[in-house]
Write a protein that binds this ligand. Sequence first.
Ligand code: COS
Length: 379
Amino acid sequence: MDFNYTEEQLAVQEAAREFAEHELLPGVIERDEKEMFPTEQVRKMGEMGFLGMMVSPEYGGGGMDTISYVLAMAEISKIDASCSVVMSVNNSLVCWGLEKYGTEEQKQKYLVPLAKGEIIGAFCLSEPEAGSDATSQRTTAEDKGDHYLINGTKNWITNGNTASVHIVFAQTDKEKRHHGINAFIIEKGLPGFVVGKKEKKLGIRGSDTHSLMFTDVKVPKENRIGEDGFGFSLAMGVLNGGRVGIASQALGIAEGAFERALKYSKERKAFGVEISKHQAIQFKLTDMATAIDASKLLVLRAAKLKDEGKNFAKEGAMAKLFASQTAMDVTSEAIQIHGGYGYVQEYHVERMYRDAKITQIYEGTSEIQKIVISRELLR
Ligand code: COS
């Protein structure tokens, strides 16, 4: 494996770092506290090309590889995971699937503005009773000839209120189980489509998470993605890629907390010396840095396999499983190193600790990643 980044990858990483430090850091504490969606920041991310990084330039995207994407994701996540989740969903779960499986009309109408960041998208798979058990979709899509009628409820939808375009999964033929599931492009504002309550969350509090209700929502047939019954395959394929993005988000959160802890340990004095001179702190920093490097290698391996068009489901799941645990461990230790200061807002690490937790839950819990990995191992 080549560990050298290309000039272009380094330039993307640098641009993301600068952007995060100058545009995302100011106000990040307030946005978290007040649960404010980062409207202006997301608009700028769109202008910078961060919302459609891997989409071909033909459809308004940056035409970049997955390595560039994960490097940028990590940089944005170092500062503000509420912004990087918007980026992750738009790039991995919405744009990628539309580009790969959408019709030319769907791409022109939806992918182009999504890739340019003029609008943002949402991925609506989870339901009140179907999170990990994603084949048990209760939302129905009744085939009415030239259109489908959608009925049901979706839960914990990132970008739920802000998105203009929702990729919604629904069961058309229950007899066929997951082979009867379809994916639809549903525009916000269609009659019968209601955005439910905004969730109050432990972390990523700037992001906009809602339940969505569909009552007899009429969706034209041309808004189905792929052949009849292709929806579940689409969801699984898209989530494989999404998990690499979330792994890089977890990596970035861990890196951000580590950088702050390292800096603080060289400034703060206790017992007459900087705390970095104490072996108790040195060992913590060592464990944090080692786990971060291991996470980075797993993330880059998965990204590289994806770029090479090889199967990366197991490697992506491993990256997410390990990097999300690393984010939990490193943010916790970063607080410990900061002591009392770590427990209060202005040192940032308490927010990172809260933000880290979701990386073990969304786009497949750690337990689901273990299912994906073990099935591949035992295949
Ligand atoms: N990549 C590609 N295809 C996959 C896959 C993966 N990682 N995991 C499962 N599949 C396919 C299987 O090959 C099978 O297809 P076929 O019947 O055509 O062979 C289909 O999906 C169903 O799989 P299976 O029969 O194993 O179903 P199970 O219900 O036992 O398990 C899991 C499916 C648990 C893997 C699936 O429901 C899952 O990934 N759940 C988590 C969903 C998730 O991430 N939710 C978060 C929502 S977005 S925030």
